[in-house]
Design a protein around this ligand. Structure first.
Ligand SMILES: *Cc1c(COP(=O)(O)O)cnc(C)c1O
Length: 375
């Protein structure tokens, strides 16, 4: 039985019953007294002096669990309020928090649309939760998520979470917003629909963030790892209904973001940081057009899927030979052949202009077969 819900509330019965009133870890930061301004902090067993490696002592204290300035910067960027933001260690952590908060270990299921990003299944598996795969439709030009199939699979399996990557990895295609909205509504009494927009900056379609207010069971993931060029910093966010945000924060580790990382992320989200990212994205989009054109003309490459991301998924006649040629030129691409229906596929990231020239030069040299060149 589904309890009655009003239009804008988050249905808390989607949260694991045993976690609904779980308070999480009470850290020294969040339990500090308020009222009289505190001057002397002796409550967290931190060092009284700065490390010699940390000139300004900014890392001497435990950080805020959710650094206010960073949460606000993300809220501003997405034209939403701070209570809809959870910051964490990459979208990977957000994926894990969602699975752990919503699925009973060994009980509920997660639905993914294959081929897709591997972390959804990894998080589910580590939590003992079955993963239901709904194949995407491959029309040789692009991939399409079968949202009707997703809804049916979610119903049948009693899933609590649906993961859609849009643009998808490795497919490069987006799920139309109206289909995302319809799916979220259709499953609203049973499952949360997560739209992972790791490559959103490269897509023409607007962000699903614009749907959040009207669809309380929708969650959007964004990251600094791709367009913002900070994969090594490990910063990602979940944008969600405030009631779900408060659950995710309680399930999260006490101090997810190291202070130097927060400082770096704040610089990236400052005015000049965002401007530089915007111009870098423009460069990638121009390169994507060019590279797409010459890739399609190359002998040995059969299919180049349309891409709304910063990579191409290609099918080739002889993947071994192609990988060998690229390897000999010192160029590394992602071998996708371990995935079902991708036994002839490679994924190629759009790098810099000179890197793309080097790729083109390597791929334009007459093909060598693996027999002639035993590696
Ligand atoms: C790269 C990628 C991410 C990024 O994960 P982070 O943990 O934020 O680095 C998330 N989702 C998809 C689909 C990706 O391809």
């Amino acid at each position: 039985m589904t309890p009655p819900q009003d239009d804008v509330g988050f249905p808390l019965h989607l949260v694991r019953e045993d976690l609904r009133d779980f308070a999480g870890y009470s850290s020294a930061r969040t339990s500090a007294p308020t009222g009289i301004p505190s001057r002397i902090w002796l409550n967290a067993n931190e060092s009284g002096v700065a490390s010699s490696a940390d000139a300004d002592g900014s890392a001497r204290r435990y950080p805020d669990p959710q650094p206010a300035a960073l949460v606000e910067a993300f809220a501003d960027l997405w034209a939403t309020t701070p209570d809809r933001v959870v910051v964490g260690r990459g979208s990977d952590e957000a994926i894990e928090l969602l699975v752990r908060s919503l699925c009973r270990p060994g009980g509920d299921a997660v639905v993914v649309t294959s081929p897709t990003f591997g972390m959804y299944a990894v998080s589910a598996r580590l939590h003992g939760v079955p993963v239901i795969e709904v194949p995407q439709v491959d029309d040789e030009l692009r991939w399409r998520v079968d949202t009707a199939g997703v809804a049916a699979a979610a119903r049948e399996s009693g899933a609590r979470v649906v993961f859609l990557a849009s643009p998808g990895n490795p497919t490069g295609s987006v799920v139309p917003l109206r289909e995302v909205a319809a799916l979220a509504d259709e499953l609203a009494d049973q499952a949360v629909v997560v739209v992972d927009e790791a490559y959103g900056e490269f897509a023409a379609q607007r962000s699903a963030v614009t749907l959040l207010e009207e669809h309380p069971t929708l969650v959007v993931l964004r990251t600094l790892s791709k367009a913002h060029a900070l994969a090594g910093a490990r910063v990602g966010i979940a944008l969600a209904h405030p009631d779900l945000v408060s659950v995710l924060r309680r399930v999260q580790a006490p101090y997810p973001l190291p202070t130097p990382v927060t400082e770096l992320a704040l610089r990236a989200l400052g005015e000049s940081g965002l401007e530089a990212t915007g111009s870098h994205v423009g460069d990638v989009l121009r390169l994507r057009d060019q590279v797409g054109r010459w890739l399609r003309d190359l002998d040995g490459i059969r299919t180049v899927y349309a891409s709304e991301a910063n990579f191409f998924l290609v099918r080739c006649d002889d993947p071994d030979a192609l990988l060998h040629t690229l390897g000999a030129a010192g160029i590394v691409v992602r071998d996708m052949r371990h995935l079902p229906r991708l036994q002839d596929a490679l994924r190629i990231t759009i790098g810099t202009g000179p890197e793309m020239e080097a790729l083109r030069a390597a791929l334009s040299t007459p093909p060598t077969t693996t027999e002639e060149n035993p590696a």
